[in-house]
Design a binder for this molecule. Structure first.
Ligand SMILES: [Cu+2]
Length: 281
């Protein structure tokens, strides 16, 4: 019987390590993985801290997908490792391994199992989309417009207009319509909702909700020009009474500005947003 405790696994390991050390691409990949892990674990991009039913549905699906992927990865790596250990390098004069030709049971299994996995993930993904992304109402609660390099938010009921700080009442889902005044931007509050692209002339919709009062950090997550990295905003969730107080204070500011004749000019937004804006002034 062949001795499996020979030194060849060690030589394979040292060869792999040598390749990792030598290759510029591998080093870059390792750096990228380390940087991503650092960013994800930092207190900035809180994708693993869902604070709304929409974000929780996405997080739950992500956990299921990660578990399934890790399971598949472990099986594949296990099979590869078994093959490497059980069948080391073929040497001159050795017999060829037994050649298998067609095995219906195996072929059905490796077709049916991936199909079943994909079908289950499809159903779970459709369910998650139903929770995180239901049909928007005809009139949004807030119209959010991405500019280079700031965010404008227009409240359709109260008529107030704010920049880079969006207030919402706790526990209430609000419908947001996303628009862009210049180039593509991407609206993202990692703790509360999925990413959504703001496209000039093509409004998109998203629901936003927060379970707990707090200030959540939002980002533009699509490169939109030289100052993209600074295109952050705050999403402040507060109890209904405090939200109404804030809204009244903002209305007072808006009316004082309008009385002084200050105009609000926003160019290149979609026709429907322009109608809303015209309605405010
Ligand atoms: Cu951007």
């Amino acid at each position: 019987m062949r001795n499996l405790c020979s030194t060849w696994p060690l030589s394979i390991t040292s060869k792999v390590l040598a390749i990792v050390r030598r290759s510029r691409h591998t080093r870059a990949l390792v750096n990228l993985v380390v940087a991503s892990a650092t960013l994800l674990s930092a207190d900035v991009v809180k994708v693993f801290n869902p604070q709304s039913p929409q974000a929780r549905a996405i997080f739950d699906l992500a956990v299921i997908v990660i578990v399934v992927m890790v399971f598949i990865f472990a099986i594949v790596v296990g099979i590869v490792m078994y093959a490497l250990l059980r069948f080391p390098r073929w040497r001159e004069g050795e017999r060829d391994p037994e050649q298998g030709r067609g095995n219906k049971t195996i072929e059905i299994a490796w077709t049916a199992i991936p199909l079943a996995i994909v079908a289950v993930l499809f159903v779970l993904a459709a369910r998650t989309m139903g929770i995180s992304d239901p049909r928007p109402p005809p009139k949004p609660d807030i119209v959010v417009i991405g500019h280079q390099w700031w965010w404008e938010a227009r409240y359709t009921n109260s008529g107030i207009v704010v920049a880079n700080e969006i207030h919402i009442p706790v526990g209430k889902p609000l419908a947001l319509r996303l628009d862009a005044a210049d180039v593509l931007h991407e609206f993202w509050v990692p703790e509360l909702a999925r990413k959504i692209t703001a496209v000039p002339g093509h409004p998109n919709h998203i629901w936003i909700q927060a379970d707990k009062p707090g200030t959540y950090l939002g980002f533009c997550s699509e490169f939109c020009g030289t100052q993209h990295a600074w295109m952050h905003f705050l999403l402040v969730a507060e109890p209904q009474a405090e939200f109404q107080k804030w809204e009244q204070a903002q209305r007072a500011v808006l009316f004082r500005s309008l009385r002084r004749g200050a105009g609000i000019v926003v160019q290149n937004v979609s026709e429907s947003s322009a109608t809303l804006i015209a309605g405010f002034s």
